[in-house]
Design a protein around this ligand. Structure first.
Ligand code: J2J
Length: 539
């Protein structure tokens, strides 16, 4: 098994510790502490389940016993694919308690993605729910298990069929022995947005992740009286850690799990549970703004609406305070680390016009031109960063690491930003070729690879097209091999590739050939840019 590692140079690590950023605590220790301090306070609400901190800790303890009884050993990886439900927390904290490492997959992921994560992480077990939004995850688990030889166990929240049920999991088993995790160990694995090819694995340590979460709590005003609505899928880094569900646990606050982020589901929950803060991607924020005008529910408890994952346009941002009656907080973050927030007491212009500034004084920011030289203040350039919670490398991917990190450890975010007064960043675009579809990142390369497998496709280029609602949508240009395929056929065929539905191209354009320059073949990047420009011109 390839060990999971995330290491900073000794000097940097010492500084982060000396400055009190890395506090030397693990997630298992955190929950144990909170269960003492906030024993009878409400930790999580989901449907008609309401668990106190003491109850959550007891359930996590039982889950830990179950995982140990399966024969899993500290350091083993467990793929977790669960929607927003209370058990997400008992599973994940059960894994932490047993010294196991959760690897997070989104509910939208399908066989292609889940198999890739399971293989790449050498996962020994998979935890899924029975079904969600009409999809049966047991079928998926069966197919993944057939492909991945290390995947010995499947645990199902709900009716397990031939698998292990989470209902009585760990009951009557001996207590899990103390897990030997160190704060510098990898606590969990996040998934990259995947700017080139398949998603990469992002190992985060207890020290670094907990620092980013605690510092986020301070910036977002999370206290034990806060009620956090988990509207976005909690496996994603934003609702997990900025400050998200883990921030809520760190604060002794209450998490309300929304099964869906739409206003008809979320608004009644806000009223019933007195939700004070939540996070959305821009298209959802637009939906909420539209629905708020005729909402029958009392949303007055909501103090902070965080919006991030993709650029929130100033015109929409400006509407949040008057129409929703709460403070907008823009969040520009990435699963690799760096998170920027507008501060709650910032002037309205900063909140509306910028994507915030870094969490930490120790976040180092470089904004460079394509030749690698710093751009003058206020001009756009490529954003690079390193700091106390930004990774120094992906798991087991030397080629990606060589591309994405400089020799002195800066992460090339692929984002193009400008820095304005006060160190605030404004996202201008990006250098890398992915599509940010409503906050879901799609790698152009990954989709092109799928398209090239189609017998009637000679060549394919996938680009992002501005979209009023989604922010961006995906468009696939296809050069046919013989008879041109029809767009609906291509879409249906893509759906059959067992990939997340958001990756199926929104638009398909058949072209005779891809233009090449007189000199010869142009790069993929130039080609995509050219095709995008042609399409936009013709519209
Ligand atoms: C423009 N682009 C943004 C924003 C992210 C908090 C919030 C979001 C994420 C996230 C996260 C953006 N405006 N406000 O992990 O903890 C784009 C950038 C960035 C990429 C990272 C968090 N907020 N982006 O979205 O790993 O291109 O994390 O590099 O999914 O999303 O995507 P991801």
């Amino acid at each position: 098994m390839i060990p999971l590692r995330q290491e900073w140079p000794a000097q940097a690590a010492e500084r982060y510790r000396a400055r009190g950023l890395w506090q030397g605590q693990t997630f298992a220790e955190l929950l144990a502490e909170q269960a003492e301090r906030f024993a009878d306070r409400l930790a999580v609400v989901a449907g008609d389940q309401r668990w106190t901190y003491a109850e959550l800790a007891a359930r996590a303890e039982q889950a830990a016993s179950g995982f140990v009884a399966l024969g899993l050993a500290p350091g083993d990886r467990v793929l977790v694919q669960l929607p927003n439900m209370a058990e997400f927390l008992s599973v994940v904290f059960g894994l932490f308690r047993a010294g196991l490492v959760p690897v997070f997959s989104l509910p939208a992921h399908r066989l292609t993605e889940v198999t890739h994560f399971a293989r790449k992480s050498e996962a020994a077990a998979l935890v899924v729910c029975e079904r969600h939004e009409g999809f049966d995850y047991r079928d998926l688990a069966r197919a993944v298990q057939a492909e991945v030889p290390t995947l010995h166990h499947v645990v199902v929240v709900g009716e397990p069929d031939e698998f292990i049920g989470f209902g009585s999991f760990g009951k009557g088993q001996p207590a899990a022995p103390p897990a030997p995790s160190k704060p510098t160990d990898v606590a969990l694995v996040q998934i990259s947005g995947g700017s080139t090819g398949l998603s990469k694995l992002i190992p985060r340590t207890h020290d670094d992740y907990l620092y980013s979460i605690r510092a986020s709590n301070a910036i977002c005003g999370l206290t034990e009286d806060s009620v956090y609505l988990a509207a976005l899928p909690v496996a994603h880094n934003f609702p997990m850690s900025s400050p998200g569900i883990f921030g809520a646990i760190c604060a002794g606050a209450t998490i309300v799990m929304a099964p869906a982020p739409s206003p008809d589901v979320a608004f009644p929950l806000i009223e019933r549970e007195g939700v004070t803060i939540t996070g959305l991607v821009p298209p959802l924020a637009l939906l909420w703004l539209r629905a708020a005008a005729k909402a029958k529910h009392d949303l007055s408890s909501l103090q902070v609406l965080q919006v991030g994952g993709a650029k929130f346009m100033p015109e929409a941002a400006r509407r949040v305070r008057p129409e929703l009656g709460c403070t907008l907080q823009q969040v520009f973050g990435m699963a690799e680390g760096l998170v920027n927030y507008t501060r709650l007491d910032d002037p309205e212009e900063i909140i509306v016009e910028t994507q915030g500034r870094p969490i930490s004084e120790d976040d180092e920011i470089l904004i460079l031109d394509d030749a690698g030289n710093p751009v003058p203040e206020g001009e756009a350039g490529n954003l690079l960063t390193r700091g106390p919670y930004t990774i120094r490398g992906y798991h087991d991917d030397a080629a990606a690491n060589a591309r994405a990190f400089t020799e002195d450890g800066f992460y090339r975010t692929g984002d193009v930003v400008k820095r304005v007064a006060g160190g605030y960043l404004v996202v201008q675009g990006r250098a890398s070729d992915h599509i940010n579809r409503a906050g879901e990142k799609i790698s152009a390369e990954e989709i092109e690879d799928h398209l090239l497998a189609h017998p009637q496709v000679f060549d394919a280029a996938v680009v992002s097209i501005p979209d009023q609602f989604l922010g961006e949508r995906s468009c696939a240009f296809i050069v046919p091999d013989g008879d041109p395929p029809k767009a609906p056929e291509i879409k249906a065929w893509m759906r059959g590739r067992d990939i997340a539905a958001f990756k199926v191209p929104d638009q398909i354009v058949i072209v005779e050939s891809f233009a090449t320059t007189a000199v010869g073949k142009i790069s993929r990047k130039e080609l995509r840019a050219k095709l995008r420009a042609q399409l936009l011109e013709s519209e």
